[in-house]
Design a protein around this ligand. Structure first.
Ligand SMILES: C[S@@+](CC[C@H](N)C(=O)[O-])C[C@H]1O[C@@H](n2cnc3c(N)ncnc32)[C@H](O)[C@@H]1O
Length: 371
């Protein structure tokens, strides 16, 4: 929108969201709805209420709004992330469903800032377009929703030269109808000519080609621990605690904790004991080196290892099974221009999506809403 220096936090008023969705023409009730710039969640809430969607999935680049929303909507799948940087959708394996997202509902960011256009990939093409269009194209490409999308778009997206190429590409897959013209006063703090439009798929389009993930069982609590010992700088001490580095993970999986022979008295972040699973932070994790194990004594994780601590053996082995069932999507979390690595935030979000809940993240959420 015009005043977009703040990531376009111009949330859709709930009454407007409902009014627009009431006008949608859908082939059937959408089971799963997703919003890739979900903000305060008003479009997903309207999808639940008006369209009777059973499951909601939201992404937003702002961790604070996602934390708040997770607290308000514990049944929704919510992820922090920059949609334009995602290469894969998050898991859409909701209980009782067997395919991907049915409908996207979104009010994307509009502001280009100082840029004239952005470039995104859609359907094998590299397209120059506005930010709003880029967000729509990437969302359609990532989720391949069976029934297309309903989106708030600026008037310019429908007519400008900037979005001409993108419109032509979208024309090949969708028909576009305007559902509701919005007043320039609809969004508090922004003045923009915009409307709700629907991108409809032709009837008979095959279901989404998104990889189907197994259904998660019950939620598993964990505590994610980032290792902090720098391997090149620590002092070895025979009477100290065992040190775990990423190169030790395979032998520990085969022979248990006794395979870690190096010890230190150095105190660093990342001490852990009890039932646990370990992943390398850098490189690429190996499925055969990923096995739950127990250590009565605290062990020290190097800064190249991330630990997940579990309250029981059952929880640790259930998490092992569940993570292994989603191994391919775990591998996609390891990214980087040089060496591939995973961040704690990325891992915690992903674990949340498969029903493994980090206690610290959950605590942070409740503290946040108490303020
Ligand atoms: C106009 S608001 C819409 C929020 C919500 N869908 C609604 O209609 O109320 C745009 C949202 O997009 C988020 N956002 C901006 N850039 C993003 C990006 N690259 N990836 C994901 N979310 C983004 C902002 O944090 C903001 O919450």
């Amino acid at each position: 929108m015009t005043a977009g220096i703040d990531s376009d936090k111009y949330y859709t008023p709930p009454a407007i969201a409902s009014r627009a969705l009431e006008r949608a023409q859908l082939a059937s009730t959408p089971t799963i709805c997703a919003d890739t710039a979900c903000g305060s969640g008003s479009l997903l809430a309207a999808a639940e209420e008006v369209l009777e969607a059973r499951h909601c999935l939201g992404i937003d680049s702002d961790p604070l709004v996602i934390r708040q929303l997770r607290r308000e909507k514990p049944d929704w799948r919510l992820y922090v992330g920059d949609l334009l940087k995602r290469h894969r959708p998050p898991p859409t394996d909701f209980p009782g469903t067997c395919y991907g997202v049915d409908l996207l509902v979104l009010n994307p960011p509009f502001s280009l800032g100082s840029r004239k256009y952005v470039t995104v990939k859609y359907s094998g093409h590299s397209v120059k377009c506005s930010v709003a269009m880029a967000h729509i194209l990437r969302s359609l490409e990532l989720f391949r929703p069976n029934q297309g999308a309903i989106a708030v778009v600026p008037e310019s997206l429908l007519y400008s030269n900037t979005d001409q190429d993108a419109r032509e590409l979208l024309d090949q897959d969708f028909s576009l109808t305007e559902l509701l013209q919005l007043s320039i006063y609809t969004f508090k703090g922004a003045r923009v000519n915009s409307s709700f439009v629907q991108f409809r798929t032709p009837s008979g389009r095959p279901l989404s080609s998104i990889e189907v993930m197994p259904q998660p069982e019950d939620s598993i609590p964990t505590t994610v621990v980032r290792g902090g010992l720098q391997m090149h700088a620590f002092e070895r001490a025979p009477s100290g605690v065992r040190v775990i580095h990423s190169t030790t993970l395979r032998s520990i999986a085969d022979a248990g904790i006794t395979a870690a022979t190096e010890r230190t008295c150095a105190v660093a972040k990342g001490r852990i004991s009890g039932w646990m699973l370990l992943l390398p932070r850098v490189g690429s994790p190996k499925e055969e080196a990923f096995r739950a194990f127990y250590s009565k004594d605290a062990i020290q994780l190097s800064d190249c290892v991330i630990g997940m601590k579990f309250p029981s053996k059952v929880a640790a082995f259930s998490a092992q099974r569940r993570i292994r069932a989603h191994w391919k999507s775990l591998l996609c979390l390891y990214r980087g221009t040089g060496a591939r690595y995973i961040t704690i935030d990325r891992l915690v979000d992903w674990l949340y999506g498969i029903g493994i809940h980090d206690r610290n993240a959950m605590k942070e959420m409740s503290e946040l809403t108490l303020i």
